[in-house]
Design a protein around this ligand. Sequence first.
Ligand SMILES: [Zn+2]
Length: 234
Amino acid sequence: MKKVYLVFLVILIVTVGGVYLLISLITRTNPKNNNQAQPVNSNSQAVQNTADNNQVSVNQPVNQAVSPFQPPLTKSGERITKKPFGIYITPQNSPVQPEKFQGYHTGADFEIFPDELTADVAVKAVCSGVLKVKEYASGYGGVAVETCQLDNEQITVIYGHLKLASIQYKAGDSINVGDQLGLLGADKSVETDGERKHLHLGFHKGSAINLLGYVNTQAGLADWIDPCLYICHD
Ligand SMILES: [Zn+2]
């Protein structure tokens, strides 16, 4: 009988010991799982955060490039049919006849559609800035110059062939992008200095006022920026 008790006792001890081992194994494994789970979670959070940050940092420059500059007219991209930026014009080769200009075009010309010939065509400010010039100038008729920031650099924006009387702003006034600057000058009138009704838009680097519509050398174009890089997207 004593032997039977002894065997029973041994089995009991082994069973209790085994259960204890099992429990301690499980409780050790669980914290391990938790510990493993936490770094995985925080890693994926970190990855998400970086992804968010990337998205923000990718979006910001895109917004900065696009949102501060807007087209001056509807369907701006479709209007540049005669004189894009940089084209070399002579009285002989010009798509506009008769032609009085010669040289490399410092801006882009936005043409009117046929139904706009006698209609009011509103020109919107392409950027937020300050009006610097509002005057009559040879070759333009009415011209307005606005200073703006483009990619953290100062530029002047030249709007040529405007009806001066339609410009509500005076020099020194702030203008918001998209606000109506004025109307296109009437076809072949004082307001366009005898030119066809269209908008000449020039982006000149720096803050100095330079109204040149053409330069004599291709190297001279380096002081100018193709406006279409920024405002011909619709
Ligand atoms: Zn022009």
